[in-house]
Design a protein. Structure first.
Length: 162
């Protein structure tokens, strides 16, 4: 078993960071990685579950050779005063299935940093009242707006590309 885990870690091109503060952004994580001067980092993505941050981030490397060195550098690393843990993972490059919209790196959304999540509206609220409020933000295509019931039934979640 340990040998299989070592082989998987040797092929891994990702590091999973755990204990990320819930309000941390990818820019915060990138600054922390820059402080540790980690080579080979090509991407940073916060992991989400149902559009809620999981307090985890996925660090992608250009080659598996960088993972071992970077894991050693991240021992006792802190982000916003919180100690974080890290481990090598073999994360599928195929991404999360389309049925898990809102889950996975970047909540399964492309165009990072250009999405807005509006959540927890009263279930009886008429969402047409939001249109005049959102018009001033010049959304690229309001037809791309996505509204779905919350899993907990507290309201409606809306995601709009802009």
């Amino acid at each position: 078993m340990a040998l299989a885990g070592a082989r998987a870690a040797a092929k891994a091109q990702h590091i999973l960071l755990k204990g990320i503060p819930i309000l941390a952004t990818t820019a915060d994580i990138r600054r922390m990685l820059a402080r540790h001067d980690l080579p080979g980092v090509t991407d940073v993505a916060i992991l989400y579950e149902g559009f809620a941050p999981k307090k985890e981030a996925l660090i992608t490397h250009s080659r598996p050779a960088f993972v071992g060195h970077n894991l050693r550098e991240l021992v006792n690393a802190t982000l916003s005063g919180s100690f974080i843990t890290s481990e090598a993972v073999d994360y599928s490059e195929s991404g999360v299935p389309s049925s898990s919209f809102g889950t996975g790196p970047r909540a399964g959304m492309d165009n990072e940093g250009r999405n807005v999540l509006l959540s927890y509206f009263p279930s009886a609220m008429d969402l047409s009242h939001l249109v005049p409020i959102l018009d001033k933000y010049q959304l690229v295509n309001r037809k791309d707006a996505y509204f779905s019931p919350c899993q907990d039934g507290l309201g409606i979640r809306g995601v709009s590309n802009g």
